[in-house]
Design a protein around this ligand. Structure first.
Ligand SMILES: Nc1ncnc2c1ncn2[C@@H]1O[C@H](COP(=O)(O)OP(=O)(O)OP(=O)(O)O)[C@@H](O)[C@H]1O
Ligand SMILES: [Mg+2]
Length: 285
């Protein structure tokens, strides 16, 4: 699975690296997030063939606020991929944050249909992430742009989920206030890996808050030893380690945490349920 994650990283927004040769059927996974919307196309074997990402604010706290904006965005991403692809891409999947109302889930489905995709699957985000991670017992913590989502997995199934409004934007807000710069500038500094060491102490209070959210979601699961940290905010080096030591848990961070959920969404089209041989891997905890 690490191969597929790396492949997505390599081909993301690089049409010259997209390769559709020998693919029989293509499936698109679409993740409409607070911070970014991403479409990943895989073939029938789960091999990533194309991936395109745009930053846009069409979602807030897990709800699609700008329907037309989201629709145009997904159409644009799919048009770009289809322009480079000699084969039709007709099937797709999408996901929703834990605790989402059914109306919002329907909206997400209409958006994919508006981009000419037959929706094969709509699944919750942690279940999508777990199609890549293959956790049997443990927790997935997804620190995205606006929220922190937590899912407890028992025997490979999601048994408890929560989603709280603290995420990367809160780190950027604290950083902007501290440095007296615009939010946009703070965002640039935060995502510059060379600056990670100086950013970390400033945003520590937000990391403590995230730890508190994770702790209260896991309070009924005392035996938990391991959490897997995904989502773009976990790209900040050191963040996962702080959350882990605050909680006395091992916090494992996979490579490219930002693409785990969207890749899982695409793979869900293959009918995987965590036991799919194509989807393989197991990271117990
Ligand atoms: N290299 C990086 N270092 C630190 N933070 C990063 C980095 N790359 C992205 N981020 C942050 O990750 C966040 C976006 O994460 P992600 O892409 O998982 O969000 P999303 O899925 O769009 O949002 P949500 O799941 O909350 O709807 C943003 O706040 C962004 O600043
Ligand atoms: Mg997300």
């Amino acid at each position: 699975m690490i191969h597929a994650v790396r492949k997505v990283k390599e081909i993301l927004n690089r049409p010259a690296q997209w390769d559709f040769s020998d693919a029989q059927t293509l499936y698109a996974g679409v993740d409409i997030g607070t911070y970014k919307t991403i479409a990943i196309v895989v073939d029938e074997k789960g091999e990533p063939r194309a991936a395109a990402l745009r930053r846009a604010e069409v979602v807030r706290s897990g709800l699609i606020l700008d329907y037309v904006g989201a629709l145009n965005l997904v159409r644009e991403l799919m048009e770009e991929i289809r322009r480079h692809c000699p084969k039709p891409i007709e099937k797709g999947a999408t996901s929703y944050p834990p605790q989402t109302e059914s109306g919002n889930i329907e909206t997400t489905k209409y958006i994919l249909e508006g981009a000419e995709l037959d929706v094969l699957k709509i699944l919750d985000e942690p279940s999508a992430a777990n199609l890549v991670l293959g956790i049997k017992n443990g927790a997935i913590v997804d620190v995205g742009g606006g929220t922190t989502g937590i899912a407890v997995i028992k025997n490979g199934k999601v048994v408890r989920t929560s989603d709280e409004a603290t995420g990367g934007v809160h780190l950027s807000l604290v950083l902007a206030g501290h440095l007296r710069v615009s939010l946009e500038e703070a965002e640039k500094i935060k995502t510059n890996r060379d600056m990670n060491n100086s950013v970390l102490p400033v945003v520590r209070p937000v990391i403590e808050k995230i730890s508190g959210i994770v702790e209260s979601s896991l309070k009924d699961f005392r035996g938990m030893k391991r959490v897997c940290m995904v989502g773009g905010t976990c790209e900040l080096a050191g963040l996962a380690g702080i959350v882990g030591s605050n909680l006395g848990l091992e916090a494992f961070q996979p490579e490219a945490p930002q693409v785990i959920t969207p890749l899982g969404i695409a793979l869900s089209c293959l009918g995987g349920n965590g036991d799919n041989p194509v989807l393989g891997t197991s990271a117990d905890g």
